[in-house]
Design a protein around this ligand. Structure first.
Ligand SMILES: CC(C)(COP(=O)(O)OP(=O)(O)OC[C@H]1O[C@@H](n2cnc3c(N)ncnc32)[C@H](O)[C@@H]1OP(=O)(O)O)[C@@H](O)C(=O)NCCC(=O)NCCS
Length: 188
C-alpha cells in the first residue's frame, strides 16, 4: 500500500462531479465485467449511497471505495434498520495488500457513527471469505428478494439465497430476526 494514501468519509451531497468521475473510474477497473455501469460520472450501480469512504493518492486518484446507505428492510415479520453496504472496491494494482481490510475497518466506523443495528451486504461466494475476515457473518440459509439494477435503469425483481452477510454494529448478531429478507429496493 502506498504511504501517501489519504482517507476520507464523504457525504453524498458533498461530492463534486470530479469526485463522481474519479470514483467511477476506479469502480470500472475493480469490476471489469460491470464497467458499463460506471461510465462518466455514474459512481453507483443500484441505490446511491448516503456516505462513502474513499482512499486517494496524492494526485486525487481513487484507490479504494465503499458506499453505505441506511434503509429499512423486512426480515421475517420485522422491519429492521440496516446500513446497506456496497460498491466495495480496491484498485486492481493494490488488491491483496491489506487495503480492503483498511477500507472495511473504516466502513465499520461509519456504520457505528450511523448507529445502525446491523450492516448488510450481498456478495458472490468467492468474496464471502474476505468479508468474513473483516467481521461480517454470512447467512447461507437466508433468502433475499430485491430489485436488481440494470445499466438501462430498469428494476428487475430477483430472489437469491447465499452470499447475504451481516455485520453486528449496535445490536448483537443473535438479534438478527429469523426469516427471509425483503428489501423492496435496490442495494447500494
Ligand atoms: C474484494 C476486495 C475489496 C478485497 O480487497 P483487498 O485489498 O484485495 O483485500 P485485503 O488485501 O485487504 O485482504 C484482507 C484479507 O482478506 C483476504 N481476502 C481478500 N480477498 C479474498 C478472497 N477473494 N478470498 C479469500 N480471502 C480473501 C486476504 O487474504 C486478507 O486476509 P489476511 O488478513 O488474513 O491476510 C478487492 O479484492 C476488490 O476490489 N475486488 C474486486 C471488486 C470486488 O469484488 N468487490 C467486492 C464486491 S461485493
Amino acid at each position: 500500500m502506498t504511504d501517501d494514501t489519504l482517507w476520507e468519509v464523504v457525504e453524498e451531497s458533498a461530492l463534486t462531479l470530479t469526485d463522481h468521475e474519479a470514483i467511477a473510474a476506479m469502480l470500472a477497473q475493480a469490476f471489469p465485467d460491470w464497467s458499463h455501469w460506471f461510465v462518466g460520472s455514474r459512481s453507483w450501480s443500484g441505490m446511491q449511497p448516503e456516505r462513502r469512504v474513499i482512499a486517494r493518492d496524492a494526485d486525487g486518484v481513487v484507490l479504494a471505495h465503499v458506499g453505505i446507505r441506511r434503509m429499512f428492510i423486512s426480515v421475517g415479520s420485522q422491519d429492521l434498520l440496516v446500513g446497506d453496504t456496497g460498491l466495495v472496491g480496491v484498485t486492481p494494482r493494490l488488491q491483496g495488500t491489506g487495503m480492503g481490510r483498511d477500507l472495511m475497518e473504516r466502513a465499520r466506523s461509519v456504520l457505528e457513527g450511523l448507529a445502525v443495528p446491523f450492516g448488510f451486504l450481498g456478495t458472490g461466494e468467492d468474496r464471502v471469505p474476505f468479508y468474513a475476515k473483516v467481521g461480517w457473518r454470512v447467512f447461507d440459509e437466508v433468502v433475499t428478494d430485491y430489485t436488481a439494477f440494470t445499466a438501462e435503469g430498469a428494476g428487475m425483481p430477483m430472489t437469491e439465497q447465499g452470499g447475504w452477510m451481516v455485520l453486528p454494529v449496535v445490536a448483537p448478531l443473535e438479534d438478527w430476526p429469523a426469516g427471509p429478507v425483503h428489501l423492496n429496493a435496490q442495494q447500494v
